[in-house]
Design a protein around this ligand. Structure first.
Ligand code: URA
Length: 171
């Protein structure tokens, strides 16, 4: 299922980050078959790169709390790009538009196969990948948007009230 994404990853310039950090391509975490929720993040961070799973660092812990609080246990988490983006100093950076575009067809295919009931974009990179313009906590059909967990962490907020509202706003 992840063969074409893996092949595309190995051919991309970003793959040098996997090699230089002795890290991993990061595919998914959760239920691959018709989950209730698909969460799309941005890109793997240091912890995710190390262990090969998305959202297992600080942002992931926050997301897990959001889900637990809403009884969400049938989900899958992926990112717009499967490789950690690093700048020339080896520091983490946002994925570029071009990087998101490069991986789009592979991520599109995956989402078709996974066939989730609802999709939640975590942050603006995921929203850009979906080509949508939404305000925080808005839905367009079965696609919802909430600021990235890292946004809440940076402001010392838990974001739980916002996430609960997002879930309630679905109609
Ligand atoms: N932030 C993301 O967007 N994705 C991850 O997998 C981890 C942190």
């Amino acid at each position: 299922m992840f063969n074409s994404l893996e092949n595309a990853s190995r051919k991309h310039e970003l793959y040098k980050n996997v090699i230089s950090t002795n890290g991993n391509i990061v595919f998914y975490r959760g239920n691959l078959k018709n989950p209730e929720y698909l969460f799309i993040g941005e890109a793997p961070g240091q912890t995710e790169n190390k262990f090969g799973k998305p959202f297992i660092g600080r942002s992931g812990k926050l997301l897990d709390g959001w889900m637990a609080n809403n009884g969400i246990n049938n989900f899958i988490v992926i990112n717009t790009v499967p490789i950690i983006p690093l700048n020339s100093e080896g520091k983490i950076r946002k994925p570029t538009r071009a990087e998101i575009e490069y991986f789009r067809p592979y991520v599109d295919d995956l989402i078709k196969i996974i066939n989730p009931s609802k999709i939640i974009c975590l942050g603006r990179s995921a929203l850009a990948y979906k080509g949508l313009k939404l305000e925080n906590l808005e839905w367009d059909g079965n696609i919802g948007f909430i600021y990235h967990p890292a946004y809440y962490l940076r402001r010392g907020r838990k974001g739980i009230g916002d996430f609960n509202k997002l879930i309630k706003n679905f109609s």
